[in-house]
Design a protein around this ligand. Sequence first.
Ligand SMILES: [Zn+2]
Length: 232
Amino acid sequence: MCLLGTIVALFLGACAGVSTSQGVRNTSRTFTTVVLDAGHGAHDSGTRTRRGVLEKDLALDVTLRVVPKLREAGFRTVLTRKRDVFIPLDNRVSISDQQQNAIFVSIHFNDAGRKPVAGVESYYFSPESKTMAERILRSLSAATGAENRGARVARFRVLRTNHNPAVLMECGYLTSLRESALITQAAYRERIAEGVARGIIQQRGGPLRGANSENVSENGAERVFSLSAPQW
Ligand SMILES: [Zn+2]
């Protein structure tokens, strides 16, 4: 981030090179906090497998598996939800916006109706998020063997209004019999989580140096909504 540039921008009304799209912070290579957003929750179940396993539960499971991997690599994690609760999209974005030096990663599963589609995709809106969306997707595809269906621009609210670089990962199609049979296995979800975590860590150029796990509270999930959590 460029403080001087921001101050200059206040006077000149422009700040070339600092924010290229509606005030999105340029933290995609410097971040130390990862806001993890498990899609859906409570009455909003998302999509489901033909056997009735719900996207909201699978997304939360994967999200909770990503947390320890990032923390081990020295990152601070903030979750928009850690239980089966409904969090409005705007609240998810505010949780993200209140974090300093952060990125936002939303976890979802996909639905193709009756079409025989399988594979993984990622979505982004701001140009600051493009490389991140591509990198995490490559890592997810490599870790799972799922087809890389590409990173695309989408106007999803959690992406479009976010002030941090933000991506939405579609970690597979619940409507695919073959893929949903994998996704409903814990071992495969662990691979999804590994792929996502590894992609995030690669985006930062590797684990954070000087990371000291003793500085971190044992119960990271308790940081949900704890917006005043100390930076480190
Ligand atoms: Zn979803």
